[in-house]
Design a protein around this ligand. Structure first.
Ligand code: PEP
Ligand code: MN
Length: 450
């Protein structure tokens, strides 16, 4: 800490500040300049927060961060938090947490849990207590919802996350859920922060609606200081003057946090935008700026959701987003399983022989791909050109099958790249055909196929 004295400060005011520092067991280093005196302080400066009020003091400048436990000690020193079989943070795969805003019924939860698990989410979310702006809105099912979440974990194997709103509930949450969520409205509920700090479960701490990054990290410090090292931060948008989105998703917070804290960082594009159509793009953006995880609301039928339907993805939208995350390689195609490259014995006499075989194979591959494109074209010919569109689900299944093939030296990601290219080229053939039919009739289209 540096204490800057006023140019008009007297010697006895400077002595007064020095005395106060030393009385608190800290060391003071004076630097007397032409115009003013500056005093450097070494030690636990939390004890001398009153210095700014002493006579003759102009300003007090903090040099070290006030969040000792949350701060980054060294470049690259990041924490990995373990949630059952899932790791998040330092070097882990990006973790998608998904599920309904609120648990509404057994059927709704289990259906969603199965869907998000199938699509590659690693953690299931679901609100049991909903802190709603209006007391007349759906408030959540409470303990029965926790039990349903635990049942869904049993069915899918996905660890579960749910929001705790009252320190008195921490014990029952501990019994049922894997991650305790502290919501945006409770970011500075210090009693709650201390209570979750005593839990042995991981804590996901959302950013308050109007919290600065420093306030947010100090809130995390409460949990860490209470003894729980497993804190995950979640950017979920802040309140600004903008009304086009529900909140303003502050994605710059992600790289800022990465330079200040070792804690894992999650982005919530659902609450961050409030609109279903914006969730996918902002999820991808969150992944691109370095989030360790994403928190996404998914509902079997968002139009009937009891809370946050406008920002919930339906199953096919969620599936398409997961595809995109896989395509861009933010999440691995095969979940946890590393690809064990299997050695295939290659019998060949020399390099020339190997090259001849590769050439031969390339020719056969080109023929096969053309044959595949001819079939895809035939599919397009038989459907209405105005409703041109590919079958996302079949394509996804194909990519997943490719990704699951581990019978060669290619990793699932490399194999997915190949199939992705084949699918894109094939779609291009179909699209060209559909366009020429619309523009010039089927006959012209037939002539344009090649
Ligand atoms: C939630 O995740 O359901 C929620 C209420 O979020 P937030 O606290 O960010 O509003
Ligand atoms: Mn919600």
């Amino acid at each position: 800490m540096i204490v800057v004295m006023r140019p008009t400060a007297t010697q006895s005011e400077v002595d007064g500040v020095r005395k106060s520092i030393e009385e608190h067991g800290l060391e003071a280093f004076l630097s007397v300049g032409e115009e003013r005196t500056v005093i450097g302080v070494v030690g636990d400066v939390e004890r001398i927060s009153h210095l700014g009020t002493l006579p003759g003091v102009d300003q007090v400048i903090r040099v070290s961060s006030p969040y000792k436990l949350a701060s980054m000690q060294e470049e690259g020193d990041r924490t990995r938090v373990r949630i059952g079989p899932v790791d998040i943070g330092l070097g882990s795969e990006m973790v998608v947490m998904a599920g309904p805003c609120a648990v509404e019924s057994r059927e709704q939860l289990l259906e969603t849990a199965r869907c998000v698990g199938r699509e590659g989410a690693r953690i299931l979310r679901g609100g049991a207590w909903k802190p709603r702006t209006s007391p007349y809105s759906f408030q959540g099912l409470g303990v029965p919802a926790l039990k349903l979440l635990a049942e869904a974990r049993g069915v899918t194997g996905l660890p579960i996350i749910s929001e705790v709103t009252d320190p008195a509930d921490v014990e029952v949450f501990d019994q049922h859920v894997d991650v305790l969520q502290v919501g945006a409205r409770n970011m500075q509920n210090f009693a709650l922060l201390k209570a979750v700090g005593q839990s042995r479960r991981a804590v996901l701490l959302k950013r308050g609606l109007s919290a600065t990054i420093e306030e947010w990290l100090l809130a995390a410090e409460y949990v860490l200081a209470a003894g729980n090292p497993n804190v995950i931060l979640c950017e979920r948008g802040i309140r600004t003057f903008e009304t086009a989105t529900r909140n303003t998703l502050d994605l710059s917070a992600v790289p800022v946090l990465r330079s200040r804290t070792h804690l894992p960082i999650v982005v919530d594009p659902s609450h961050g935008t409030g609109h279903r159509s914006l969730v996918g793009p902002m999820a991808l953006a969150g992944a691109a700026v370095g989030a360790d995880g994403l928190l996404i609301e998914v509902h079997p039928d968002p139009s009937t959701a009891l809370s946050d339907g406008d920002q919930s993805l339906d199953f096919s939208e969620f599936g398409a987003l997961m595809d995109e995350l896989r395509r861009l390689q933010f999440v691995r195609a095969t979940g946890d399983r590393p690809a064990p490259p299997e050695e295939r014995p290659v019998v060949a006499s020399g390099i020339e022989d190997l090259r001849d075989r590769i050439d031969d194979m390339d020719t056969r591959l080109a023929d096969l791909i053309q044959e595949r494109a001819a079939l895809a074209l035939e599919v397009q010919r038989r459907r209405d050109p105005h409703v041109h569109g590919h079958d996302v689900r079949r394509e996804r299944e194909l990519l997943e099958r490719a990704a699951n093939s581990i019978s060669g030296p290619m990793t699932p990601v490399e194999l997915t790249m190949v199939f992705d290219a084949v699918l894109r080229a094939s779609r291009s053939v179909q699209r060209r055909h559909a366009q020429s039919v619309v523009l010039g009739g089927e006959e012209a289209a037939a002539g344009n196929d090649r």
